[in-house]
Design a protein around this ligand. Structure first.
Ligand code: ADP
Ligand code: MG
Length: 367
């Protein structure tokens, strides 16, 4: 359906997207997750043919973006970060305009506009000027223009940003309702946003894809740790000594003294249950456990770790480069020569893009 290979986008000295490859299969909801500035919007702008990559290719249903751009674009509906809305048009006029651009035949236009207005619950606003709509309604109009023409693939860049909690739930429900009939890619810098709607998560940090998996697999495959918080009555040093003697405990950390008792945090492998070992060892030493709580690292922890690791790797590479290290050594695990990947199609798409759709130009300038 969508095949992205070796995508990079370089702005001057800034690598916005760094060698990203992935495939998108039919009927799923994919989530691009990453901090601000990670490269999500840039990647989406390239996939939708909005901007051209520096290196790499995007294939949509067998059509190469940049070569068969119009055919590739035909199956994609896109809501960019800044929706391309015209404030002085009313909602219906605007959607009619979009339907024309998308080539919806005149005889089907009315029905199609009604369909998308119903799907996004904006029928009551049909005659209202876009500039007089609330942020939530504007976002819905943005989504309506993306799904107009019933494209197979719908790409939504931060669709819930700036909405209130009630509107967020409405937009989430709308996105979920697209599943099955459509393939959806959406982006967010908030994990809960992605885990609430997506089947697959692509974690992006510093322009690189650092994970691509289902949320379940992310939890399963990434080393998580279990922490156990203990409040133990008795001598601090003795408690610490006993805890340290339990071999399977990876780390023993003193947190605070609570008068007669002391709070410790210990960590271990999440598959082990060490509560018995801990309680027997402490009671043998006549130390009384007042409280014991365990926690396993969450998806949020894994996400934060992935981003932190990516940041550290990036910083280490930049440091090595600034100290004059051999580039081949720094990027030993990367493709030999990215110049080879520079395809003609990337060049072509640059030209095509420049002459395309004014509406998109507007929003690009705002960015
Ligand atoms: P995200 O959507 O994940 O927040 P972006 O894709 O918008 O991230 O940006 C990725 C990086 O590329 C950022 O460092 C941003 O400043 C940079 N960038 C994006 N667009 C441009 C541009 N047109 N010119 C120069 N730098 C850009
Ligand atoms: Mg963005």
């Amino acid at each position: 359906m969508i095949k992205v290979q070796g995508l990079s986008k370089i702005y001057g000295e800034n690598i916005a997207v760094d060698d990203i490859s992935f495939e998108v299969k039919e009927g799923h909801i994919y989530g691009f997750l990453g901090p601000n500035g990670a490269g999500k919007s840039t990647t989406m702008n390239i996939i939708t043919g909005y901007i051209s990559p520096t290196y790499g290719t995007v294939e949509v249903n067998g059509y190469l973006m940049g070569k068969d751009t119009l055919k590739a674009k035909k199956s994609i509906g896109y809501l960019p970060e800044i929706p391309p809305l015209y404030p002085d048009m009313n909602v219906k006029e605007y959607l009619t305009f979009v339907a024309r651009i998308k080539g919806v035949p005149g005889s089907e236009r009315e029905a199609e506009i009604n369909r998308v207005m119903e799907a996004t619950a904006i029928k009551d606003m049909a005659k209202r000027l876009i500039k007089h709509l609330s942020k939530g309604y504007k976002q819905r109009v943005g989504i309506a223009q993306a799904i107009l023409g019933n494209p197979e693939i719908i790409i939504l860049d931060e669709p819930t940003v700036g909405l209130d909690p009630e509107q967020i739930i409405e937009v989430r429900t709308l996105i979920k309702s697209l599943k099955g009939e459509h393939t959806v890619i959406l982006s967010s810098h908030i994990l809960s946003e992605i885990s609430a709607t997506c089947d697959e998560v692509l974690v992006i940090a510093n322009g690189r894809m650092v994970a691509c998996d289902t949320t379940d697999n992310l939890l399963k495959n990434h080393k998580s740790v279990k922490t156990i918080k203990l409040n133990v009555k008795g001598d601090k040093d003795k408690t610490e000594e006993v805890l340290n003697s339990i071999e399977a405990l990876e780390e023993v950390k003193f947190i605070e003294n609570k008068g007669e008792s002391n709070v410790f945090e210990v960590s271990c492998d999440p598959v082990k249950d060490l509560r018995e070992d801990i309680s027997f060892a402490l009671s043998d030493a006549r130390l009384l456990i007042l409280e014991m709580n365990e926690e396993t690292s969450s998806l949020e922890d894994i996400y934060l770790t992935l981003v932190k690791e990516a940041d550290e790797q990036y910083a280490a590479e930049m440091k090595a480069i600034s100290e004059g290290a051999d580039l081949d050594e720094v990027f030993a695990d990367k493709d030999d020569d990215p110049e080879d990947e520079k395809t003609e199609s990337a060049e072509d798409s640059k030209e095509e893009n420049e002459s395309e759709e004014d509406s998109k130009e507007d929003s690009k300038e705002e960015e």
